[in-house]
Design a protein around this ligand. Structure first.
Ligand SMILES: *Cc1c(COP(=O)(O)O)cnc(C)c1O
Length: 394
């Protein structure tokens, strides 16, 4: 089996599993307890906070542990909105191709009276700093733009967007769930005020993540209860999960250079080969993209059929984000970069894991080419196009 859906979730690393199991067995203490076992758990928790903070250039006090990326996005956006509301600033800027954890939170704020500007995404899947600059108003309280897109993998000019926000005095949040552990990030150098991350996207456990919030940005209490996480998030901390996340992030960070060159080579080989399929197109910029991300549209086929046939061949991939498959609507990301409905339905995302081999890549290329040709032979849409009824879009 070749697992090529690492943007949906990743396999936990052996070291992260080991850390988690050993803590579950040997240290089940509650970090709020005063006796030894509890205090040991507290130390493990704070060590994980230091490790995570250190890797992104933050201070430990600026890290809030959460249940994952979605919670971190909600927490960041709702907190910045609260601060804005208090100053009569009720305008928020984001983009049309954000994750639903961001878009749906913004919809909620819209119903509460906020005005939301969703920037158009350029057809190469990039938001320009000038677009952000032009959209900022006196009443803008937050700019939230994702670091790397989860479907098409494009990496945004975050440092420049951050600089624009800083110059205008607007809080800048980035959903960096796809980027943390995959590309270098430093919240100081990159001018980031708030950043969301999730462990299961970098070989850590599911249900754990963190929010970085620059000192001075007051967070909301999303969950009322005890005084954990400095009163911002009640509930006994998930110590094994948090410690395993820190282990996974340290590993990802240490291996980043090596993996990046390997993954980029594998990615570019697949892209070059799949481009040869007639009436196909790469989605998103060819260079400014995550090392392991390949996303194509093939005219005249259904993404779902493509996935099922690839699954039969032992290749696990995706068509649009996991959250949108299962619905009939094509991916909002592909529509945002200007793909029409019919074309967006025929999309394939391969998100490669670090352990992918050259043989795997050759097998993927051969399989995708075979399956696309096979499906087109049965497609009435394709037959019409070939007979000159209707026009090719790609
Ligand atoms: C996966 C993902 C999320 C959600 O993270 P969870 O930990 O699954 O809640 C948010 N944003 C992006 C870009 C993602 O890829």
């Amino acid at each position: 089996m070749i697992y090529a859906d690492n943007a949906a979730t990743t396999r936990m690393s052996d070291a992260a599993i080991h850390k988690m199991l050993s803590l579950m067995k040997d240290n089940y203490g509650n970090p709020s307890s005063l006796y030894g076992l509890g205090q040991e758990a507290k130390e493990i928790l704070e060590k994980a906070r230091e490790d995570v903070a250190g890797i992104i250039g933050a201070r430990p006090r600026e890290i809030l542990f959460t249940s994952g990326g979605s919670e971190a996005d909600n927490q960041a956006i709702l907190s910045a909105a609260d601060l804005g509301r208090k100053k009569g600033k009720m305008h928020i800027i984001s983009s049309a191709f954000e994750h639903h954890a961001v878009l749906h939170t913004l919809e909620r704020l819209k119903s509460e009276g906020f005005e939301i500007t969703l920037l158009d995404v350029h057809e190469n899947g990039i938001i320009l700093p000038e677009q952000v600059e032009d959209a900022i108003r006196d009443d803008t309280c937050l700019v939230t733009i994702m670091f790397a897109n989860n479907e098409i993998g494009t990496i945004q000019p975050i440092r420049k967007i951050g600089a624009v926000c800083r110059q205008k005095g607007v809080i800048f949040h980035t959903d960096a769930v796809q980027a943390v552990g995959h590309v270098p990030i430093n919240v100081e150098d990159d001018n980031i005020d708030m950043l969301s991350a999730s462990a299961h996207k970098f070989h850590g456990p599911k249900g754990v993540g963190f929010l970085y919030a620059r000192k001075g940005i007051r967070l909301k209490n999303l969950i009322e209860g005890g005084a954990q996480e400095r009163g911002k998030r009640a509930g006994t901390e998930n110590v094994p999960g948090i410690a395993a996340m820190a282990v996974a992030l340290k590993e990802a960070n240490a291996g980043m250079e090596e993996y990046t060159s390997h993954l980029t080579a594998m990615r570019d080989k697949i892209i070059a080969e799949l481009k040869e399929i007639p009436h196909s197109a790469l989605n998103g910029d060819e260079v400014c993209r995550l090392p392991g991300n390949v996303n194509f549209c093939f005219e005249g086929i259904e993404g779902e059929s493509l996935l099922l046939l690839l699954d039969d061949k032992g290749i696990q991939a995706s068509s649009g984000s996991a959250c949108t498959s299962g619905s009939l609507d094509p991916s909002h990301v592909l529509l945002a970069i200007g793909r029409v409905h019919d074309v967006a339905h025929g999309s394939l995302r391969l998100s490669l894991g670090e352990d992918i081999t050259e043989d795997d890549v050759d097998y993927i290329i051969r399989s995708v080419k075979d399956v696309v040709e096979y499906l087109r032979n049965f497609s009435p849409v394709w037959r019409d196009l070939m007979q000159g009824k209707g026009k090719f879009i790609l």
